[in-house]
Design a binder for this molecule. Structure first.
Ligand code: SAM
Length: 208
């Protein structure tokens, strides 16, 4: 059996999110699939996938981040067109309906500017997802920290490191799930960081 040395894990996978890695191990992302990293930042979650033959696209509101992701793509996957990486707000994506097999949205949704913006982003990610496709999202929530966070207004909270974030709760996740017609591929999994921050992983399938 082919042996992968421990020392080659980091060169291959870099800083990939461990919960996304879990989805790779479960075989839910395959070569040739069309995958959008929504709020891709500088591309830590797509560096490996670009080289693995996945058709990667990225969107981010930051022109600087998209510039860096294009550079990464030119270096790691020169055949991927740089036009796959676009500057856009996730509530208005320049992609046609049902374009992607997989949509990733990692560490972005808590930056929503309002509850309506949060929902608009999720509706837009859903619009570009194919029936049967997978949405993988990680975002900060109140789950497990109910009553322990500093509420500013509505679902906005002051985080211990300073900024005010939009934190979904389980009720909102279920409401959006029902509106979209999303089926859970995994139970909701939430990691509590020092009892100060909750990071929830939400993995759903678009039911036809
Ligand atoms: C913490 S970084 C996460 C980057 C990447 N997803 C990761 O996991 O490494 C958040 C990213 O979301 C982008 N972002 C925040 N709000 C956005 C929006 N409304 N539309 C598009 N991108 C957004 C930021 O520009 C930033 O690159």
């Amino acid at each position: 059996m082919f042996h992968i040395p421990l020392s080659s894990l980091r060169p291959h996978f870099g800083d990939i999110d461990i919960y996304l890695f879990d989805q790779l191990l479960k075989g839910r992302i395959q070569k040739g699939m069309h995958l959008l990293d929504a709020g891709c930042g500088t591309g830590r979650n797509i560096a490996y996938l670009m080289q693995a033959g996945v058709e990667i696209y990225g969107a981010d509101i930051s022109a600087e981040a998209i510039g860096k992701t294009r550079e990464l793509a030119s270096e790691l996957a020169p055949t991927l067109p740089t036009r796959n990486f676009v500057v856009a707000d996730l509530d208005a994506l320049p992609f046609e309906n049902k374009r992607f097999d997989v949509v990733l949205c990692s560490a972005v949704l808590h930056f929503a500017r309002s509850e309506e913006h949060f929902k608009s982003i999720l509706r837009e990610l859903w619009r570009v997802l194919k029936p049967g496709g997978m949405l993988f999202a990680r975002f900060s929530t109140t789950i497990g920290l109910e009553g322990k966070l500093q509420q500013v207004e509505g679902r906005f909270y002051r985080m211990s490191h300073g900024p005010v974030w939009f934190l979904a709760d389980e009720e909102l996740v279920i409401e959006v799930e029902q509106e979209l017609g999303a089926g859970r591929l995994e139970p909701l999994k939430t990691v509590l960081v020092e009892q100060e921050r909750a990071m929830t992983t939400w993995v759903v399938r678009k039911i036809v």
